[in-house]
Design a protein around this ligand. Structure first.
Ligand code: AP5
Ligand code: MG
Length: 386
């Protein structure tokens, strides 16, 4: 086992495959013992993508019948105030009344496993066991019991045996650790093709369903959802200087200054890692912002992937916002005059972007009317082409 390089980082050998196999054998033995007298078929719930290798090695060693189910979890870093957020998605089997053994590759702070266990409890699973190949005891802060732990490791950054660095490195059968003393001359250099991020713009008037549809799309396509409206509302709620500046403008249905949102977006591009791209919602909203976005991306050697434009008539905007006002209580939804001003602002300042992106050959229009599911299907069909 020599050193390996993935993108900008060098990793050195850490846990050889033989040791991994041995630890998996031991953990399988314990699970076999616990389930030997059970006459129910438990679900083996593999968390994608990291736990694929571990799950397959574990399954081979279980001597009872189990049903393999997969689930995809996503965790992303929000703003400082919201911290790390985990989302649970993609469970395709009904777990109600079933015993579930969750198979994880690694438990770090525990945010994801806590969220997953809560989700399975809500779905009515009768018994939930957690099995993880690796645990970082020094960083685990969860209150969920970890029933089966194959190996404990220090708080280091590792890759291999299913674990990745920005989606690379999963295929090594040994585990590698970040080489902090590296002089930059690794034993093995892996040729990595130039990797581009995706930058989708979810465009449309207020109330078109951008926020509603964004949630499903970021899960489907492994993107980070960036809504400038949500980011500004967080600043307002935190009472920051920026939030105070934005508040009066937002509550009057006016746009905040371009530099504010451009700065917020650039910061997110630079700090969010581990995603395949971004879904921009509510940005850009002026030609100046679109030009700034082009410049920010050009610095990174990137460009806008595609504009997905959700179109609904003005009357429907009012109906949808009135409906949301009753549920979410957003200050800029409460007053008809403010809503009318948001619609006016959209037509005056934001709609010119249609021609801008048509000219750049990036514009795709989608009918935003119909049920949420119908619109979701149309957007997913379009985005899957990129
Ligand atoms: P922002 O938060 O972006 O507000 P917006 O553009 O007015 O858009 P909304 O969030 O109101 O609508 P949405 O398209 O997300 O619709 P939703 O999914 O919620 O911005 C707020 C303010 O911040 C701006 O006015 C501005 O001041 C400032 N700002 C933000 N970005 C800025 C920028 N780049 N530059 C300068 N200033 C900026 O759906 C609406 C409702 O309809 C929901 O209740 C939903 O459940 C429902 N619904 C959705 N789809 C359907 C469907 N198919 N059928 C029935 N109901 C549906
Ligand atoms: Mg929104």
């Amino acid at each position: 086992m020599g050193k390996i390089t993935l993108f900008d980082k060098t990793f050195k050998p850490f846990i050889p495959y033989a040791e991994i196999e041995k630890a998996i054998g031991q953990v399988a033995e314990r699970i076999n013992k616990d389930f030997e007298n059970s006459n129910e078929v438990p679900i083996l719930l593999c968390t994608l993508n990291g736990a694929i290798m571990f799950t397959s090695e574990l399954m081979k060693r279980l001597n009872f019948i189990s049903e393999l189910v997969t689930i995809k979890l996503s965790s992303y870093i929000g703003t400082q105030s919201s911290g790390e957020v985990s989302q649970v998605m993609g469970l395709t089997t009904d777990v109600k009344g079933r015993k579930v053994i969750v198979v994880e590759d690694i438990v770090d702070t525990g945010t994801t496993i806590v969220a997953l266990k809560k989700f399975l409890q809500e779905q009515g699973a009768s018994d939930i066991r957690i099995c993880t190949m690796l645990l970082k005891p020094a960083s685990y802060k969860g209150d969920v019991k970890l029933d089966y732990v194959a190996m404990e490791i220090p708080n280091d950054f590792i890759v291999g045996f299913g674990l990745d660095y920005d989606n690379l490195g999963r295929s090594y059968k040994d585990i590698y650790v970040l080489d902090t003393d590296s002089d930059g001359t690794p034993d093995t250099i892996i040729n990595i093709p130039e990797k581009h991020m995706k930058y989708f713009i979810l465009f449309g008037p207020p109330g078109a369903g951008k926020g509603t549809q964004a949630t499903a799309m970021v899960e489907n396509f492994h993107l980070c959802h960036l809504s400038t409206g949500d980011l500004l509302r967080k600043e307002m709620a935190a009472g920051s200087e920026l939030g105070l500046k934005a508040k009066a403008l937002i509550n009057a249905g006016e746009l905040v200054p371009d530099e504010i949102v451009e700065g917020m977006i650039e910061k997110q591009f630079d700090t969010v890692k581990g995603v395949e791209g971004f879904l921009l919602d509510g940005f850009p909203r002026t030609i100046a912002q679109a030009e700034a976005l082009n410049a920010i991306l050009a610095k990174k050697g990137e460009e806008v992937t595609s504009v997905v434009s959700l179109m609904i008539p003005d009357e429907m905007i009012k109906e949808r916002i009135a409906h949301r006002a009753a549920i979410e209580g957003r200050a800029d939804d409460a007053n008809e005059e403010v809503i009318a001003n948001r619609i006016r602002t959209y037509h005056d300042k934001t709609e010119p972007l249609v021609a801008f992106y048509k000219g750049a050959g990036k514009y795709n229009e989608i009918d935003g009317t119909g049920t949420i599911e119908e619109v979701r299907g149309r957007i997913a069909d379009l985005m899957s082409k990129y």
